[in-house]
Design a protein around this ligand. Structure first.
Ligand SMILES: [Mg+2]
Length: 264
């Protein structure tokens, strides 16, 4: 009997050792297999939730995924890491650098104009969204407006750098924001606090006039008015596709990343 127990113990221990051994080997990449067409797996066949969140983010940025109201529940951690980490800043930097390289090629006149959006373009609401699940919570106008009314939003550093470079080239700056008229003063104060010290115009939304209209309609109409007044929009930058679609979009448009919310 003792002999049988001994042999059973040896077999169990042996199996466990083999298991650990193969896992160990796996970690160090000796026995990786490739699963090229299997979703949500890495090179070793492990489940990697980020794969689908990355695809979702790409879909959002390419404007294939539209009209969404919240980010997928599973992607809160992924989007949070993206927004607070190096990648968001790096992606923003790439956009702003390209914008500047392009602006340098333009012959500047007194009416040469660049349009900036405000939220998630010139100013960052990350302190707010970090407290509200990075877009996993349904948009709460009351809570968001309370945050905006504080006037404490920091600059998106890459956009501030672009802004300064465009000014040094002699380009006029116009802000067009979906923020309502009543937030004009706090927005102006906040922009200055964040380092945006001058501009040609700061256009906020007349919510009576544009009641029920999309951001595309509102922003197109305001850009059209600018061009009718002789402003030549050579560039237009925003975090939403609705900032850069429609009419009078500008000679070139630049899309900053924003996987947290969607405005049509
Ligand atoms: Mg925006």
């Amino acid at each position: 009997m003792k002999v049988i127990v001994f042999f059973v113990a040896i077999i169990i221990l042996g199996a466990e050792w083999q298991c650990n051994g193969s896992e160990h080997e796996h970690e160090h990449g000796h026995s990786y297999q490739i699963f090229p067409l299997r979703m949500k797996t890495g090179p070793g066949g492990h489940y990697i939730p980020e794969v689908s969140c990355k695809s979702w983010r790409l879909g959002v940025e390419a404007h294939n995924v539209i009209d969404w109201r919240t980010i997928p529940q599973d992607c809160e951690g992924y989007i949070g890491n993206y927004m607070l980490g190096h990648q968001y800043r790096s992606d923003s930097k790439t956009v702003c650098r390209e914008a500047y390289f392009y602006a340098k090629t333009i012959n500047i006149t007194a009416k040469t104009t660049w349009v900036f959006d405000v939220d998630e373009t010139t100013l960052s609401n990350l302190p707010y969204f970090a407290d509200h699940g990075f877009g996993v919570e349904l948009y709460n106008a009351t809570a968001f407006n309370e945050w905006v009314d504080l006037g404490e939003a920091p600059a998106l550093p890459e956009s501030l750098k672009l802004y300064n470079k465009l000014l040094s080239l002699g380009i006029k700056i116009v802000f067009i924001t979906g923020r309502p008229l009543y937030q004009q003063a706090v927005t102006a104060t906040n922009l200055k606090l964040a380092g945006y010290y001058k501009w040609e115009k700061l256009i906020t939304k007349d919510t009576d006039k544009y009641n029920g209209k999309t951001a595309v309609t509102y922003k197109s109409t305001e850009r059209q008015k600018l061009e009718e007044n002789g402003y030549n929009i050579i560039g237009n930058i925003g975090d939403q596709w609705s900032d850069i679609l429609g009419t009078n979009t500008g000679l070139r448009t630049f899309k900053l990343p924003d996987p947290m919310y969607y405005i049509s």
